[in-house]
Design a protein around this ligand. Structure first.
Ligand code: PMM
Length: 313
């Protein structure tokens, strides 16, 4: 599958000619990486608009922390947090995604202007989720999920992480299709950090081509996650705090974009917006050269570069 077709288009959403940038607004007091900062509606809407100004193509609004060990918020509280922010951003013309495992929150968010439902449980946490999304005709993110993480990073045992994630995601996609969500409205996501340790996450990132083989647009959400802390810490060191992992996040964004991901989900947008544009430019340059007849390509490679540049080219 070509990168372009792997990236795909999601019906019901705008089309981008590169990997899209999904900015995150967590309206929570306790999210893993930005908890408490945008808990109030006005601050959350303002932050979402800032993310768009920095280059976010869509904004993912969540009212419940999914970090390992988090206790669930009740439905009324999740609605209270999420709906005004979804409405506020949608009324400003922002393409809004709602990050929720609850059908009721998804339904009310769609009514308030959300364009996409992002369910980290892939429809498993709430049996009403798939019917609600199908009925609304909304696009749906199916993340790989092995259950709630109340006991920490539970059920993270795999013999072959890539094959198992692929098989389990495939099964969820089949369930979502059987539930009536249209094939061109399904996005898949490997669920980095969810019942996975740093090594699992890295192996999944090393095999994005196989995930793209599912034939669905792929969302990669690595932003500030623990595995980046582990990579940056090295074998002996202490991981840097979440907010010092943004450069590493942008590096993953470039890799994911180059691999053909449909979108990356990030807390800090600016660097990732640059990364996906650079990846697009490189992809365009490759396509241009590959499309030329062989003699032309050789001529292009032999042509002098910028004459003002000295030294080796
Ligand atoms: N991770 C988090 C929240 N929502 N949604 C998708 N589709 N994929 C993810 O990996 C994902 C998500 C947890 O991250 P945060 O609490 O730091 O935002």
């Amino acid at each position: 599958m070509s990168k372009q077709s792997g990236r795909g288009r999601v019906a019901g959403l705008p089309e981008w000619d590169r990997c899209a940038v999904m900015g995150v607004v967590n309206v929570t007091p306790d999210s893993f990486s930005d908890g408490g900062r945008f808990f109030d509606t006005t601050a959350a809407v303002k932050h979402g608009l800032e993310l768009v100004a920095e280059g976010a193509d869509l904004v993912d609004v969540g009212g419940e922390s999914t970090r390992p060990g988090a206790t669930r918020v009740d439905e009324a509280e999740e609605l209270r947090r999420v709906i005004p922010v979804v409405r506020g951003l949608a009324s400003e013309g922002v393409t809004v995604s709602v990050d929720t495992m609850r059908a009721c929150v998804a339904e009310r968010s769609l009514a308030a202007g959300a364009a996409l439902v992002n369910d980290v449980s892939g429809g498993l946490a709430d049996p009403a989720m798939i019917p609600v999304v199908a009925e609304a005709g909304a696009p749906f993110v199916v993340m790989h999920w092995r259950g709630f993480l109340e006991g920490g990073n539970v059920r993270g045992v795999y013999e072959d992480i890539v094959t198992e994630v692929l098989d389990e995601l495939h099964a969820r996609v089949e369930a979502v299709l059987a539930g009536g969500i249209a094939p061109d409205r399904i996005v898949v996501d490997p669920g980095l950090g969810f019942s996975k340790d740093a090594e699992h996450d890295l192996v999944l990132l090393a095999h994005l081509d196989r995930l793209l083989g599912l034939g669905r647009p792929l969302l990669v959400a690595a932003s500030r996650k623990r595995f980046l802390g582990r990579v940056l810490a090295g074998p002996e060191g202490a991981p840097p705090p979440a907010r010092e992992r943004d450069a590493a996040t942008a590096a993953v964004s470039a890799l994911a974009a180059q691999a053909g991901a449909w979108a990356v989900r990030v807390h800090e947008v600016r660097a990732t917006a640059d990364a996906v544009r650079v990846a697009r430019a490189v992809e365009g340059a490759r396509t241009d050269v590959d499309a030329r007849p062989a003699t032309d390509a050789r001529t292009a490679a032999d042509a002098p570069g910028d004459e003002t540049t000295s030294g080796p080219r």
